[in-house]
Write a protein that binds this ligand. Structure first.
Ligand code: DUC
Ligand code: ZN
Ligand code: ZN
Ligand code: ZN
Length: 482
């Protein structure tokens, strides 16, 4: 069975051109004029793009005493409705749990997926067993390891553990990821705010100022450079963090930065809403920032110092958010976004002229496919690539509302916002997975995408200095010790 997408304009990360796209089975068979197939999808007036890849989701994740409410079934349905055809979720081993066992558990959960998926492995504790298992994780198709510099007493890793893990990543051709916030300072500020009687959701934002993110980003970059390994900074939300990334890149370090669609479009005033539920639903880490920080993120996407727009999709219901009534530190951290990432980025980015269409494709799909070493199987419109495609109608418009979303939460942080430029058809590995507002991909049809490791590296990119060969000085006349 072949499908031909006819009459559309193909938009990739570097080109825009009129062409039909022929899909045969799982993959793209041809791109060009006047193609013929068994089934025809009319794309006239629309853009045909590589399906979105969201490299940052937390589906059915145990966190802060509960589980995020979107699982791989509802989460990937939301993804498809939003034009996203692949998610990369975080596998989180419990303290002392084997990485391989945790991976097994994540594969189990992901059996419900309607889109293709991959995992990042989180380093939630450190020891010889973790060191030994890291290459086994890589053998199983996972080339990225996530480190939480925040969540003290839970997920946080210390600098010595981070340096050991980054060095191990360098040896095995993997890339570390960081959640960069200074967890010690955050924990101190949380206690101080609570002691002073600040227990509402707005205190969450005060406990995690841009400085804690900027400091941690700088620290992670310096540690990565000493380990001689590239680094990917998740949810970059502020200028302090972006500035550290820019500076590192100018020195030749391979440091990548990922802003979220929420941080690009929502600001800190959300936390000052008088309605407790309203503010608590927007509690995530890092918190939303002010306009100047948002401008910095947009500038980074346009200029290339930030490469990827993700969501950190980690949805909690209002009921779950209420665990934190009277103590903001107990509000489960996380917001949704999978369903709205493309439409919001198109509306606020492309339609305003902040991003070109090609930059939009790069930020939502192609750049991350390259960074994660799955390009051009994903993120491309080329013969042989997986037929993960989205047809975006630039004239289609809607008002975002929880009432019509696929996500399993009772609200939407973008509620009431008008978006123009909507995904209208989504193809997942050659199947029509979403069309006319309906999910057509069954649960369980998604596949695990293996991501091979790169070559091992062990040089500080900023100085191109060997890290492994210290000079030893021959000395005579060594004084006697005491
Ligand atoms: N931040 C969130 O808001 N949720 C999940 C984890 C994280 O780091
Ligand atoms: Zn599996
Ligand atoms: Zn995080
Ligand atoms: Zn996250």
């Amino acid at each position: 069975m072949t499908i031909v997408i006819k009459g559309g304009t193909v938009v990739t990360a570097d080109l825009t051109f009129r062409a039909d796209v022929l899909v045969d089975g799982d993959t793209i068979a041809a791109v060009g004029p006047d193609l013929v197939g068994d089934e025809v999808i009319d794309a006239s007036g629309a853009y045909v793009m590589p399906g979105g890849i969201d490299p940052h989701t937390h589906l059915e994740m145990p966190f802060m005493g509960t589980f995020s409410s979107d699982d791989f079934d509802t989460g990937t349905a939301a993804a498809l409705a939003g034009g996203t055809t692949m998610v990369v979720d975080f596998c989180l081993p419990a303290p002392n749990e084997s990485l391989i066992d945790a991976l097994q558990a994540w594969h189990q959960k992901a059996g419900k997926a309607r889109t293709d998926y991959s995992f990042h492995m989180a380093i939630t504790w450190w020891g010889e067993k973790v060191f030994d298992e890291m290459p086994l994780v890589v053998e199983r198709g996972i080339n990225t390891f996530k480190h939480f510099m925040a969540y003290k007493g839970a997920l946080m890793v210390n600098d010595d553990e981070m340096f050991a893990s980054f060095s191990r990543c360098a040896e095995i051709g993997a890339m570390p990821l960081v959640h960069a916030e200074n967890g010690d300072v955050v924990a101190f500020l949380q206690q101080k705010l609570l002691a002073e009687g600040n227990n509402g959701p707005e205190a969450h934002a005060y406990s995690r100022p841009p400085e804690v993110e900027g400091e941690a980003t700088n620290r992670a970059i310096m540690i990565a450079d000493q380990a001689g390994v590239p680094l990917y900074v998740v949810h970059v939300s502020c200028e302090q963090s972006h500035e550290a990334i820019r500076r590192a890149r100018q020195k030749g370090m391979r440091v990548y930065g990922e802003p979220l669609i929420q941080h690009l479009t929502l600001d800190e005033r959300e936390y000052f809403n008088a309605d407790w539920d309203y503010a608590a639903r927007r509690v995530m880490s890092p918190p939303f920032r002010d306009k100047a920080n948002q401008d910095s993120l947009w500038a980074g996407l346009a200029s290339g110092s930030l490469q990827v727009v993700a969501t950190d999709h980690c949805a909690f219901t209002t009921q779950q958010k209420r665990f934190g009534v009277g103590d903001f530190t107990k509000i489960p951290n996380g917001t949704g976004g999978l369903e709205d990432r493309l439409a919001m980025l198109w509306t606020r980015g492309v339609r305003t002229g902040r991003l070109t269409m090609n930059e939009f494709v790069a930020a939502t799909s192609t750049n991350i496919a390259k960074i994660l070493n799955i390009y051009p199987r994903k993120g491309a419109i080329l013969p042989g690539a997986d037929a993960d495609l989205v047809i975006l109608d630039p004239a289609a418009t809607k008002t975002i509302s929880a009432a019509t979303q696929k996500s399993a939460i009772d609200y939407n942080v973008f509620e009431g916002m008008e978006v123009t430029g909507l995904p209208v058809v989504t193809l997942s590995r050659g199947r029509i997975a979403y069309q006319n507002g309906e999910i057509r991909s069954e649960t369980g049809t998604g596949r695990f995408v293996e991501r091979p490791a790169g070559p091992p590296v062990a040089k500080a990119l900023s100085t191109w200095k060997e890290l492994t060969a210290p000079r030893r000085i021959e000395r005579s006349g060594i004084p006697a010790g005491v």
